[in-house]
Design a protein around this ligand. Structure first.
Ligand code: ASC
Length: 153
């Protein structure tokens, strides 16, 4: 009987520590965190290809690039639909100030979407110089938001 009780208590303790099956307080992923990650990862291949073209590592063809920029506008909306706060310890790489500084985070999100819209507008002109500048601004928005609201890597 004593052994059974000890086992029950130990199991409860381990379950509590593991955060219900995640990896614990640093980087555990709850449901929304998973959805955010999936959405960011979905948008990245297209954005990375655009980056290679902007850097001259892949050839620039205006028509497909216009399509990529339009796709980025659509795909970059999705991650921000999943910033519902997960339970403590399950927010993945999102720092708590995403929610405690909601106004600041909303401003960073707005700035990012504006930069993506500007990149799309530049892409539709077919002017590579404009595209390069606008792509750099999007990357700057990624970085400045990560610097403040994402767990350092
Ligand atoms: C990327 C990527 C980011 C941003 C950032 C820009 O391609 O994965 O997180 O750009 O590195 O500075």
């Amino acid at each position: 009987m004593k052994q059974t009780l000890a086992l029950v208590l130990l199991t409860a303790l381990l379950t509590a520590c593991s955060g219900g099956g995640t990896t614990g307080s640093a980087g555990g992923k709850g449901q929304y965190s998973q959805e955010r990650s999936t959405a960011f990862k979905t948008m990245m291949p297209n954005f990375s290809t655009m980056g290679k073209i902007v850097k001259g590592e892949e050839p620039y063809h205006p028509e497909p690039f216009k399509q990529m920029a339009a796709t980025l506008v659509a795909e970059s909306q999705e991650p921000f639909k999943h910033f519902t706060q997960d339970p403590d310890g399950q927010t993945g790489d999102a720092l708590p100030n995403v929610w405690s500084d909601a106004a600041g985070f909303a401003a960073a999100e707005k700035s990012f979407h504006e930069a993506v819209a500007k990149l799309n507008a530049a892409a539709q002109t077919g002017d590579l110089a404009q595209i390069k500048a606008a792509y750099g601004e999007v990357g700057g928005n990624c970085k400045s938001c990560h610097d403040v609201y994402r767990r350092p890597k």
